[in-house]
Design a protein around this ligand. Structure first.
Ligand SMILES: [Zn+2]
Length: 313
C-alpha cells in the first residue's frame, strides 16, 4: 500500500517549470485531498533556486548514493549537506521508513518530451508509466543504468520513484505547453497510485501490459581537441531527434569548420539498434556527455485496472 508520496521541485534550481509547478502544488493542497495516501510537495535545492542555477557547489542529483548519505564525513558541499537533510525527510534511503513514492520534477534543454527515468526494477514506476502512456502516447520511459546496484538520483531515496524529465526548455524558462502537460500527467500519476491502492485492497483486478523502455547503455562525448576544447557540435540532423534511431555512419557532430560531418562510429561488436536521448543537454557539457544511448526493450508490467471513480477522460 502506498502511504507517503513526495513531489519535489528545484533539485536543479534553474529547471523553472518544475519549480513553478511545485510552488503551485504547495499552494493547492485541495489537489491532494481525498486520496488514500498523503502527498507532501516541497522544494529541494532551495539555494540553487535562489541563484537560478543548476547547483551552487555540486550537482545535488548525484548526491543520493546510499553510501554517501550514510557517510558522516560527506559534507563538503552545500548540496551534500542538503541531500542528508532531505534523506532525513523522505528517507532514510534503503529503510522501511523511506517514502513510498517520489516524483522529482526536472526540465531539460534536450527535446525529450516527457521522459520518466526510473530504476529498472521499480514495478510501480513502470505501471504508472503504462498509465501515463495510455493517456499521452508521447511519454517515454528510461531506466537508470541497470549495471549499477544503486543510483545517486533524488527519487532513488524512495521505495519507488521517478525523475519526471520534460523538455526542451531553456534554463530558467517556464514553457506553457510543457507546464500544462507536466501538471496534467503528475496528477494522473497520483490517480494511478490511488487505483493501485484500491486494487491492492480488493485484490485486483490487474491486467498484463508492456511498456517500451529505453535502457541506458552509455554516454557519448563531443569530439574534443588535445586540450579538451570542443572540436565539434551536435550535427543539425541529430539536433532535436531524441529517441530516434542512431545508426553507424549517421551524422552525429559537425566540425567547427561548419562543413565537415563527423559520423557516429559504433564499436565493431555493437550490432543492436541504439537510440540517443539528452541530445545537447546544456548541463552535460561539463559531464562530457553530448548524448546518451539506450537500447529499447519491451518490459512486462502488471497494471491496476482503473476503478470508474478515477477514470480519466
Ligand atoms: Zn534536472
Amino acid at each position: 500500500m502506498i502511504k507517503r508520496v513526495f513531489i519535489t521541485g528545484g533539485t536543479h534550481g534553474n529547471e523553472a517549470c518544475g519549480v513553478v509547478l511545485a510552488k503551485h502544488f504547495m499552494a493547492s493542497p485541495e489537489l491532494f485531498s481525498g486520496f488514500s495516501f498523503d502527498t507532501t510537495v516541497m522544494l529541494t535545492n532551495v539555494a540553487s533556486i535562489g541563484t537560478n542555477t543548476r547547483y551552487v557547489e555540486e550537482d545535488m542529483n548525484r548526491c543520493f548514493f546510499k553510501a554517501d548519505l550514510d557517510d558522516p564525513t560527506k559534507t563538503a558541499t552545500l548540496e551534500a549537506r542538503r541531500a542528508k537533510e532531505l534523506n532525513a525527510v523522505f528517507g532514510p534511503k534503503g529503510t522501511s521508513a523511506a517514502a513510498d513514492f517520489i516524483i522529482d520534477l526536472h526540465n531539460t534543454t534536450a527535446a525529450t518530451g516527457v521522459a520518466l527515468m526510473m530504476s529498472p526494477t521499480d514495478e510501480l514506476g513502470h505501471a504508472i508509466a503504462a498509465h501515463l502512456i495510455a493517456l499521452d502516447p508521447s511519454v517515454k520511459v528510461c531506466n537508470w543504468n541497470a549495471t549499477q546496484a544503486d543510483w545517486p538520483m533524488l527519487p532513488s531515496v524512495g521505495k519507488h520513484g521517478m525523475t519526471f524529465e520534460v523538455g526542451p526548455v531553456p534554463w530558467g524558462v517556464v514553457d506553457g505547453a510543457v507546464y500544462k502537460q507536466t501538471r496534467r500527467l503528475v496528477l494522473a500519476a497520483l490517480d494511478y497510485v490511488e487505483a493501485h491502492n484500491a486494487a491492492l485492497a480488493r485484490d485486483g483486478p490487474w491486467s498484463s501490459s508492456t511498456v517500451q523502455v529505453h535502457s541506458f547503455v552509455r554516454s557519448v562525448d563531443y569530439p574534443r581537441d588535445a586540450s579538451g576544447e570542443l572540436a565539434g557540435v551536435i550535427h543539425p540532423q541529430l539536433q532535436g531527434r531524441d529517441f530516434g534511431r542512431l545508426a553507424r555512419g549517421d551524422p552525429a557532430f559537425l566540425a567547427l569548420d561548419g562543413q565537415t560531418t563527423i559520423p557516429y562510429t559504433a564499436p565493431e561488436e555493437e550490432v543492436e539498434e541504439l537510440f540517443p536521448f539528452f541530445i545537447n543537454e546544456a548541463a552535460y557539457y561539463e559531464k562530457k556527455t553530448a548524448f546518451m544511448l539506450a537500447r529499447r526493450i519491451d518490459r512486462p508490467v502488471q497494471v491496476a485496472k482503473q476503478s470508474p471513480q478515477y477514470e480519466l477522460s
